[in-house]
Design a protein around this ligand. Sequence first.
Ligand code: GDP
Ligand code: MG
Length: 158
Amino acid sequence: MAVVGRPNVGKSTLVNRIVGRREAIVEERPGVTRDRKPLDAEWAGREFTIVDTGGWLAADGGLDRAVSAQSERAVAEAAAVLFVVDATIGITDEDAKVARLLRATAAPVLVVANKVDGDSRETDAWAFARLGLGDPHPVSALHGRGTGDLLDDLVAHL
Ligand code: GDP
Ligand code: MG
């Protein structure tokens, strides 16, 4: 599994939630994740590895080319891609660009509308259906809300 999305949407927090350990680095400062080491995870008796990425789109995100190339490789090798977006912000230009690239990948893509910490954010999550990558999965990586349903859908793609 590869986890992609622009900085600060909660990719590393989600990876930590899924692996059940604090392995991915969570920072207030965007774009700090540098480690592309696949981490072991398990759900419903299914084992898989998950790769946190530092970002995507070197030119637009201000990330260095090596980080971007590693992200693209992680996506190319993934059985499924988790595309994380921020439900408190809505679709940004960068989200739309990433979506365009992901619509061309062979692997199934699950849109993860993160930061849905409470009921009032549920409707915000549905706006991401417009990315053209299927129904968004509303989750709160921070509190664990919705992550069980997400993992059920994720392991169905293994
Ligand atoms: P990344 O850059 O995409 O890896 O994002 P991080 O995982 O480092 O998280 C960026 C910021 O968003 C941190 O301050 C997190 O605590 C916060 N964050 C992550 N997930 C959630 C969530 O579900 N709800 C809220 N309210 N904040 C979150
Ligand atoms: Mg990160």
